[in-house]
Design a binder for this molecule. Structure first.
Ligand code: LMR
Length: 393
């Protein structure tokens, strides 16, 4: 059987991780995969997570199956983290998922099963793994304009025009905050316009929120999502805890469904549970239980929020530092957008050849489309980094 197979072309982000690890140059800089790093270049376990894990391990009495929906306490707490305390509970159902990717996949498969030829519109550009996930799940994929590479801004007018032309009942993918890969985000007024178009055109919003707390703060980063929850009749959300709780390898995520009413929400969640059962059955428990432990304890929650906020502020400082250094080294304002972007990423607008040159000659690793992970920037090496970038322009 295997002899008939072609070698698969690996995921570019993960391939870059491998290249970086194999590079023996001492001065190498990893701006590739979206993993938070501290000033030592480490991705430590958050102190609040460590405490919750200890508590969890000493109190867990059994490892029996939990159920298809996963940890219901986690589902409740994470839904409140995303939607706030005032959402309409009667219409919302949540199912724990194996990471944000798992949530994207099961929701997509549920939607593909609900409607023949179901089509999803994704921003151009979007996270490269969106396409394989949605395509494999059976959705047809189309794109709408999102980013102006020249200015580093959202092409909002073009985006709004394109959304107005999407056929009724199609699905529209929106990044809840901290757009990956560009770092350019919608303002709350733009979210409101998007909400009007979605309602007018009878389109289903599919929100991918993987970086809540990394942009403008936990509440501000959820503002667009919460606004939509108040105006659209139906919505689906794929949420990841990988980054904001730094539980990457524990695979903690959630699929949140909002129906027109409780009956429809129940039908949808029953379909979602079936998709999960057919794919992996039940989600892993440990990480979700740890996140729940944090969110249910005032003390641990406070500690986690402080840690998260310091990660966010560190990324903002690095953004300003890099924008300043690039302004100086290039003698231009070309890269000023880096300071305005929010979240973990910015796309610098370099060519693939320039990205290769940076990797080969300067041991600087970024994704081929020139996306950088801001958290990987070296605190005390921004001038050298900016000089290297300027040298390849
Ligand atoms: C990224 O975009 O780098 C992260 O979301 C990690 C991944 O799985 O691609």
């Amino acid at each position: 059987m295997f002899e008939q197979m072609q070698k698969a072309e690996g995921d570019k982000i993960l391939a870059l991780m491998g290249l970086y690890r194999a590079d023996e140059r001492a001065n190498k800089i990893d701006l590739g995969v979206g993993v938070y790093k501290d000033s030592q270049g480490q991705t430590p376990i958050m102190t609040s997570i460590g405490k919750a894990e200890n508590w969890q391990i000493s109190h867990q009495a059994s490892k029996t199956y939990v159920g298809l929906a996963g940890d219901v306490g986690f589902n409740d707490a994470i839904t409140r983290l995303a939607l706030g305390n005032d959402y309409d509970k009667s219409r919302i159902r949540t199912q724990q998922a194996p990471g944000g990717s798992g949530a994207l996949r099961i929701i997509a498969e549920m939607l593909a099963g609900a409607k023949e030829g179901a089509t999803i519109w994704v921003p151009d550009p979007t996270w490269p793994n969106h396409m394989p996930i949605f395509g494999t799940a059976g959705l047809t994929i189309k794109t709408y304009p999102y980013f102006n590479a020249e200015t580093g801004q959202v092409r909002f007018d073009d985006m709004a025009e394109a959304l107005k032309a999407i056929p009724e009942q199609d699905i529209v993918l929106l990044h809840g905050c901290c757009h990956n890969p560009t770092g350019a985000n919608l303002t709350i007024d733009e979210w409101k316009i998007v909400g009007e178009i979605l309602v007018e055109r009878n389109l289903l919003p599919f929100i991918d929120i993987a970086y809540q707390g990394f942009g403008d703060g936990l509440e501000a980063d959820a503002a667009g999502l919460r606004h939509l929850a108040g105006v659209v009749p139906e919505m689906v959300v794929a949420l990841s805890c990988s980054k904001n709780f730094a539980v990457y390898c524990d695979r903690v995520g959630a699929a949140i469904l909002m129906g027109r009413n409780g009956d429809e929400a129940d039908k949808a969640i029953s379909q979602l549970a079936l998709v999960a059962r057919k794919s992996y059955s039940m989600p892993p428990n440990h990480g979700a239980a740890v996140v729940r432990t944090i969110l249910e304890s005032d003390e641990l929650r406070g500690e986690w929020q402080t840690e998260l906020e310091s990660m966010r502020l560190r990324m903002l400082t690095l953004r300003t530092g890099l924008a300043d250094a690039l302004r100086q080294k290039t003698n231009s304002e070309r890269f000023d957008f880096v300071a305005e972007h929010r979240g973990m990423f910015s796309r610098l607008g370099l060519t693939a050849a320039q990205v290769d040159q940076l990797r080969e000659q300067h041991a600087i690793y970024m994704v081929g489309d020139s996306r950088i992970n801001v958290a990987g920037l070296p605190d005390d090496g921004l001038d050298e980094l900016a000089a290297a970038i300027a040298s390849v322009l």
